[in-house]
Design a protein around this ligand. Structure first.
Ligand code: ADP
Ligand code: MG
Length: 632
């Protein structure tokens, strides 16, 4: 990309040809306003009191106005990150690097290789309502940039200590500027690499009341990470990286959406998601939708983007909810990334101070296209784990076993299982209750009938037949057992009689050194032995029965630990670990082994899916069998 700001700005959705003269020339949207303010006495002579009915009307002092206005735009570190990233995207960057220290409270830095700001425009960029993206009000209806209000830099500079280093692509020398809590401290011409780096320190240090409202650094940092992840998804062609307290937490390569998703959602989740796309009258809806078996307790992984901007949009959220209706357990939410591209004159982005909402000119059309796009892919019969030849939906993964009970259920007393699972499950077991979420230990007692294809356990429940994938079921059991033992502080490691050597290669050996502590948490005791071999002394207890898998499992878990992001490393690596620890497809199981797997599965919290999100079982209800045999 020769000209980052120019017409050939890659595949970005905002890559409309940009007239440099238009984009780069900053202009005031509301000239003269600040003059008006400052010509008024900054401090009213009348003492201010809320009860004082005689208080005269007065203009607020500039710094108060600034702080109030800044408060609308900048609420927390994540809003700073969002605004700075949007600026980098608007500048045509192909690499965006985000660093935070102490959850962003001490420092947030966003660095890009975009077009930069010319020296003579730097101070203008920090003024409120100064933008290079909008000249007249009418331009709003044809907006192709993420920013347009010219408020972000001014707002951030009003509430933090901000340093900007930038070099405009056509200028030989760059500039550095510093603003501290609304005051300009310095502006210098300096040698700076092309692009822009904004460093924001001590956010809200001048507004203790605001700072008090912030959550603990780890929570604020998590929100920044979410913002970065969302932009990485919305702009997969751009390489993002994020460092948290000096450690790399997220990195995308700037390739395609699936790759970005694998890095933000983890490969286990991304790989089971299904691509969808639909278009109609200039509107394009596309993305990746999780299969119905993948669901979450909150809507945090329902991500909606309109023209490259993450938004909370009711129309699209409703379309998604409708598309999944009846396919998800009640109270559960899908994992989905939906991107809408819509001509800028058909969407109003100027309806929310933080630009988090939009309004469509034709919401019904948007709803229809989005609903169709998502529904078509997730209701594909191949995805519904019902037994072939029977109607889709036969599998009711969120129902309690007894909910669709038939006469023969009397043979299977609904014994202690439900009460063990707690009051929610007990209530839900009532016939009239609504279907409940998986959270309740919702599997009825199952009786082993036999094994087929050395892969599936055939079982009978009070209300029908179950075909259980032995590997997937065992994975679920081991996954939850591991987590439960970990929580109980039990040792999960088993020493090997004699250490074994595992050939790793140099780079994995380095990775082993770096991640030794996490591997130990998983139960692996290993140390580098020379430059490219590891000595494995102990392994996770759940793996101990599978001596043939030790080496492979160790390497894969090591890779998973190294690749996983900070928060979900355990989940990711555990998925790999249990995959190696569980019984395989193709393994003959005796009756006792099968019964043990089913008993243990009954006791898990989410018996219907394996940790990868795939179903553990198919279900054929007694009613359905009777119907198919024309018995009723
Ligand atoms: P807006 O994005 O709404 O225009 P901002 O206050 O965020 O307002 O930025 C003001 C101006 O500063 C932008 O219009 C743009 O010209 C310039 N600017 C800000 N950040 C960058 C950046 N990272 N690269 C290039 N120009 C930038
Ligand atoms: Mg901006």
């Amino acid at each position: 990309m020769a000209d980052q700001c120019g017409p050939d700005r890659g595949t970005s959705k905002h890559s409309q040809p940009r007239e440099r003269a238009h984009f780069r020339s900053l202009s005031y949207a509301r000239p003269g306003q600040s003059d008006g303010r400052s010509s008024t006495p900054a401090t009213a002579t009348t003492p201010i009191s809320y009860n004082d009915v005689t208080m005269s009307i007065h203009l607020l002092p500039d710094d108060v106005v600034e702080k109030i206005a800044a408060g609308e735009v900048i609420e927390r570190p994540a809003s700073v990150a969002r605004e700075l990233i949007e600026n980098s995207l608007d500048a045509g960057a192909s690499h965006i690097r985000v660093r935070i220290v102490n959850g962003g409270l001490s420092e947030i830095q966003v660095s890009d290789d975009g077009c930069g700001i010319p020296y003579h425009e730097v101070s203008l960029a920090f003024q409120r309502h100064a933008t290079s993206k909008l000249a007249a009000f009418e331009d709003l209806s044809n907006l192709r940039t993420l920013g347009f209000r010219g408020e972000a830099l001014a707002s951030i500079a009003a509430v933090a200590d901000v340093t900007l280093a930038t070099r405009f692509q056509d200028e030989p020398v760059g500039s550095t500027a510093r603003y501290r809590f609304g005051e300009s401290e310095s502006l210098r011409a300096e040698a700076v690499a092309a692009g822009t780096t904004v460093t924001v320190r001590d956010l809200f240090a001048n507004l203790p009341a605001r700072r008090k409202f912030l959550r603990k650094p780890s929570t604020e940092g998590q929100q920044v990470a979410t913002v970065v992840a969302r932009y990485a998804i919305a702009h997969p062609e751009i390489a993002f990286s994020m460092h948290v307290d000096g450690r790399l937490a997220l990195q995308t390569l700037g390739s395609d959406l699936l790759d970005a998703l694998r890095r933000t959602h983890g490969p286990e989740t991304a790989d089971v998601m299904l691509p969808f796309e639909d278009a109609d009258s200039g509107l394009r809806i596309f993305g990746f939708a999780g299969p119905p078996s993948l669901h979450r307790s909150s809507s945090r992984q329902v991500d909606i983007f309109v023209n490259g901007r993450w938004v909370q949009d009711r129309v699209l959220a409703r379309a998604i909810a409708e598309a999944y209706r009846g396919l998800l357990p009640t109270g559960r939410f899908p994992v989905i990334v939906l991107l809408a591209e819509i001509p800028p004159d058909r969407v109003d982005v100027n309806v929310h101070p933080a630009k988090a909402e939009v309004r469509f000119a034709d919401p019904d059309k948007v709803f229809q296209v989005a609903y169709r796009a998502v529904h078509t892919v997730i209701s594909d019969p191949a995805l519904v784990p019902a037994i072939a030849g029977l109607e889709a939906g036969a599998f009711v993964p969120w129902r309690l076993g007894g909910a669709e009970a038939s006469a023969d259920s009397a043979q299977f007393p609904q014994h202690a299982l439900y009460s063990q699972a707690g009051p929610d499950a007990a209530a839900a077991a009532g016939r009239d209750g609504p279907p409940v979420a998986l959270a309740a230990g919702a599997l009825p007692p199952l009786r082993v009938v036999g094994q087929v294809q050395q892969t599936y356990i055939v079982a009978e429940g009070p209300d029908g037949l179950y075909l259980v994938d032995q590997h997937a079921a065992h994975e679920r059991v081991l996954f939850e057992r591991f987590l439960a033992e970990r929580q109980a502080g039990q040792s999960q490691s088993q020493a090997l009689l004699a250490p074994i050597t595992v050939g790793l290669g140099a780079s994995r050996c380095l990775s082993l050194q770096r991640h030794q502590a996490r591997l130990r948490e998983l139960g692996f005791e290993a140390e580098p032995f020379g430059n490219d071999v590891a000595l494995l002394r102990a392994v996770p207890a759940i793996l101990a029965d599978r001596p043939a898998s030790l080496e492979r499992a160790f390497i894969e878990v090591l890779d998973a630990v190294a690749a996983a992001d900070t928060d979900r490393w355990l989940e990711h690596s555990l998925v790999r670990l249990v995959c190696h620890s569980a019984v395989r497809a193709g393994e003959t199981l005796d009756y006792a082994q099968m019964r043990e797997i089913l008993r243990a599965l009954e006791a898990t919290k989410s018996p219907r899916t394996c940790p990868h999100g795939r179903p553990t079982m198919l279900y054929l209800s007694s009613n359905m069998v009777a119907r198919e045999f024309r018995r009723r």
